[in-house]
Design a protein around this ligand. Structure first.
Ligand SMILES: O=C(CO)[C@@H](O)[C@H](O)COP(=O)(O)O
Length: 115
């Protein structure tokens, strides 16, 4: 992948720069940016440890000061999508359950605090 392969989209997901198709993750990412305007970026990883907790449908517990250095409290695991959410708009609904989970966990306030 080269820098010229990058695609820039606006907050509605419309391509504003680049010739490629945007990522299929564009709907959940724009949904997150639109609901948390102060976030500076989203990192999507498949770390073995993170995936392990997600597969077990578990929050990642705050058990160390190292964890506390970068995140306040347990890192919540969003609920799995139901069949209707998957069939309807899988990617967008992924963003919706993440936003709902962060709000339910009371993390909205934290996301707006400067580090
Ligand atoms: O993590 C996943 C699938 O597991 C997705 O994020 C895809 O990797 C998105 O691929 P592109 O549409 O960006 O090529």
């Amino acid at each position: 992948m080269k820098p010229s392969d990058m695609v820039v989209v606006d907050l509605d997901g419309k391509v504003v720069e680049g010739d490629m198709n945007p990522s299929s993750d564009t709907p959940p990412h724009t949904y997150l940016y639109n609901h948390f305007p102060n976030i500076g970026g989203i990192t999507h990883t498949h770390s073995p440890w993170g995936v392990s907790f997600a597969a077990a449908k578990m929050d990642i517990p705050a058990v160390s000061t190292t964890h506390a250095d970068t995140f306040y409290g347990d890192i919540p695991c969003a609920p799995a999508l139901n069949e209707e959410q998957i069939k309807d708009a899988y990617e967008l609904n992924t963003g919706k359950v993440i936003v709902d989970e962060l709000k339910n966990a009371g993390l909205t306030r934290m996301l707006y605090q400067p580090c």
